[in-house]
Design a protein around this ligand. Structure first.
Ligand code: SF4
Length: 308
């Protein structure tokens, strides 16, 4: 059982935040500026081309650590979304990058030696683009993945943009939002008007893998508690187990973890009985075991559609 009283939420706090000048033309850009003003976080205004030279560090380790502690506030320019099979029809980003350091993360192949986070402030333009993609999809039920290039929940306490997006999807009859996360900062999302149109998949693994390979993410118990809260708030939820690590017998404890989580989530069968609409990694009908989406993809073939 989870000892709820000892669980805490570790909120990300960057050392520096860099505002691209245009970002301050948007309400969300100004809101983030206000959030950091007067705090110990260094505030810098600079164009995107200068970001890399601003982030300190001489050794590879220093550059990496400084990059992970840098948040860039910017405007999303390309609003044409990529296809994101099998997770969803399309993917878009509110955030790219992540403050965590999972040793197998595919993002390392897409980032420079200074892996800073970006957050986008032109939410209304992103929302317009979502509507256009639904129209282009013949107004059929269209699914969107928001966590394939980063984990928006990791900085939700700073941006609030995932909450805005969840409520936006709550107004759309023919669209569904998918969120995958390894974080547990779900409190700001619990009272939203989501209308059941956002499905969370909590990325999970054995305690051994989380502790030894998924640095600076929420613990196993924290993720299960977050999933419980989301389900109690009426969100469709699921779990993704990936990558599957091949372990020696003494460390092969994933089954025990799954069993203990199942015990915590028995009530979920009542809340979430319907099948996933279109994702092949979605949930099956109401049996406890059906809340698990166990990826057959081993670590060495880890793909973008399955991150974070
Ligand atoms: S796997 Fe996910 S949580 Fe881990 S570093 Fe990558 S994006 Fe972040």
């Amino acid at each position: 059982m989870i000892r709820r009283e000892v669980l805490t939420i570790k909120l990300f706090s960057p050392d520096r935040v860099v505002f691209e000048p245009r970002s301050l033309d948007y309400p969300l850009g100004r809101k983030i500026y206000d959030y950091f003003e007067g705090t110990s976080t260094e505030i810098i205004k600079a164009p995107i081309q200068k970001i890399s030279s601003i982030i300190p560090g001489t050794t590879e380790g220093q550059k990496y650590a400084s990059g992970k502690k840098t948040l860039v506030v910017t405007v999303k320019k390309s609003l044409k979304f990529d296809v994101c099979k099998p997770s969803a029809d399309f993917e878009f980003s509110l955030v790219t990058g992540c403050p965590a350091s999972c040793e197998y993360c595919y993002l390392y192949t897409t980032q420079s030696s200074k892996p800073y986070l970006r957050t986008y402030v032109n939410l209304e333009e992103i929302f317009d683009s979502i509507k256009k993609h639904i129209v282009r999809n013949g107004n059929r039920l269209t699914t969107f993945e928001v966590a394939s290039a980063g984990d928006p929940l990791a900085i939700e306490h700073i941006t609030g943009s995932l909450a805005r997006t969840i409520e936006f999807f709550g107004t759309l009859d023919n669209a569904r939002l998918r969120v995958v996360t390894k974080f547990n900062n779900v409190e700001p999302l619990l009272g939203l008007k989501h209308n059941g149109r956002t499905r969370f998949r909590v990325s999970i693994n054995s305690r051994y893998v989380i502790k030894n390979f998924e640095h600076n993410t929420a613990s196993f118990d924290e993720r299960i508690e977050a999933a419980s809260k989301l389900a109690e708030a009426g969100y469709p939820i699921g779990f993704i187990v990936a990558p599957i690590m091949i372990m020696t017998a003494g460390r092969r404890n994933i089954l025990n973890c799954l069993k203990s989580s199942g015990a915590e989530l028995t009530w979920a069968n009542r809340l979430n009985p319907s099948p996933s609409s279109s994702s092949s990694t979605g949930l099956l009908p109401s049996r406890r075991s059906s809340y698990w989406s166990v990826s057959p993809i081993p670590a060495w073939t880890w793909t973008r559609a399955n991150a974070p």
